[in-house]
Write a protein that binds this ligand. Structure first.
Ligand code: ADP
Length: 402
């Protein structure tokens, strides 16, 4: 069985083709700047197939239809391809950002699924229409192939109302769906499964705090394998300090800025989403640059790291309280997997809660999932590299294989 995973953005298509028997990646790539004057396509077929190959093209790709056509041409290409015919693709899995309350699980795409995703567009106006463009084009291109939508929000639909409701008039929830949905669900689910396996427990037996720290970041409280709370909200702006997003902030700052600086709603939205977080504090949003700067004595870079790790710690503390018993704290994504300083500082001083990091293990650079706690730590601390595309492919097969 071969599954194609598609993540369609407004001007991009990311794709990965998996052989689901071995779960090996056969080929992967990305097209960027679709519809602009010059586009960029990068495609790679992976070792283990007949020939290794990487190619880059810079011809203009006018729209998603043309883009997906190029993807299929490359997947079946004599030099760069890995299949002879598109008919070898058995299933297509699509990432969809916002499933609202309609979607708790991966869902086969039919006309009613598309209508329901469209109905959620107001909750993710930048993402859902872009995801739908990819879905519509793929349905045309792979007419008889089952296609499945995997929602970033679905894993968090198990949260109880006390965790997902905002304390504003309830009628607004009813009328507009204003509530916490959470995102990065595919990643939180993937590392939950992996961590459970490494802990030697069933998925429905584990209590975890999963810590996804990338450009966008979120933390989830997992009870018996299900999400009971998460840090992102109705939109991906809430919670932790992120690369360019502020995370939690007094909502009254919005009105204050509007009054004091005459800023529009759109300007404030951009400020909080694109100019804040690490970037807002020290002018940089890549952790590697920030560490280099703080090592040279840059006080703003130090403050940015202090703020990010302090916020992480506050969330870990609150999720310890939510869960009562925690088997493991699981770090994942770009920062979570690679940044030993952020991991150490986020857990510093939590020994009384049974959390002890082994600094030698924490400092080791390895690709595989592993434990970094001391022998005496009652809560395990883990690094589990995330793989959202594989999770999408696996969830697609769960549905298609039935
Ligand atoms: P996205 O949210 O875009 O998927 P990633 O999960 O790939 O992002 O994380 C990207 C971030 O990870 C980068 O902006 C950088 O801050 C951080 N990162 C990547 N590699 C390292 C590293 N070796 N050390 C510290 N931080 C890193």
């Amino acid at each position: 069985m071969k599954t194609l995973v598609i993540n369609s953005g407004s001007s991009s298509i990311k794709y990965k083709l998996f052989d689901m028997e071995s779960e090996a990646v056969l080929a992967a790539g990305v097209i960027e700047r679709i519809g602009e004057e010059s586009s960029k396509l990068e495609h790679k077929k992976y070792p283990g197939t007949e020939r290794e190959g990487k190619t880059e093209q810079n011809d203009r790709v006018a729209n998603h239809e043309e883009g997906l056509g190029k993807v299929v041409a490359l997947l079946t290409d004599a030099d760069y391809g890995v299949i002879r015919d598109r008919a070898e693709i058995d299933a297509v899995g699509h990432r969809v950002v916002h499933g609202g309350e309609a979607f708790h699980a991966p869902t086969v795409i039919d006309d009613s699924t598309i209508a329901a995703i469209e109905a959620n567009a107001s909750l993710a106006p930048l993402h859902n229409p872009a995801n739908l463009t990819g879905i519509k084009v793929a349905r045309e291109m792979f007419k008889d192939v089952p296609q499945v939508a995997i929602f970033d929000t679905a894993f968090h639909q198990s949260m109880p109302a006390k965790a997902y409701q905002y304390a504003i008039p309830y009628a607004l929830y009813k009328e507009l769906g204003i509530r916490r949905y959470g995102f990065h669900g595919t990643s939180h689910r993937y590392v939950t499964k992996k961590a459970a396996a490494l802990l030697g427990k069933k998925e429905d037996e584990v209590n975890l705090i999963t810590v996804h720290l990338g450009n966008g970041s979120s933390m989830s409280a997992i009870k018996n394998g299900k999400c009971v709370d998460t840090s992102l909200g109705m939109t991906p702006l809430a919670g932790l300090v992120m690369g360019t997003r502020c995370g939690d902030i007094d909502p009254a700052v919005h009105a204050f800025l509007a009054k004091q600086k005459g800023m529009s709603i759109e300007e404030i939205d951009t400020l909080f989403n694109k100019e804040s977080g690490l970037k807002g504090i020290c002018g940089m949003n890549d952790m590697r640059d920030i560490h280099t700067a703080r090592e040279k004595g840059d006080a703003q870079a130090q403050l940015a790291v202090d703020m990010l790790t302090y916020r992480n710690k506050k969330y870990i503390g609150s999720y310890l309280a939510v869960l009562g018993r925690v088997d493991a704290i699981v770090f994942t994504a770009g920062i979570g997997e690679n940044d030993s300083d952020v991991r150490a500082l986020s857990l510093e001083g939590l020994e009384n809660f049974g959390i002890e990091v082994d600094q030698t293990k924490n400092g080791e650079r390895k690709k595989e999932a592993r434990f970094i706690n001391t022998e005496s730590s009652t809560v395990k601390v883990m690094i589990v590299p995330t793989d959202e595309e594989l999770e999408i492919a696996q969830q697609t097969m769960e549905i298609v294989g039935q």
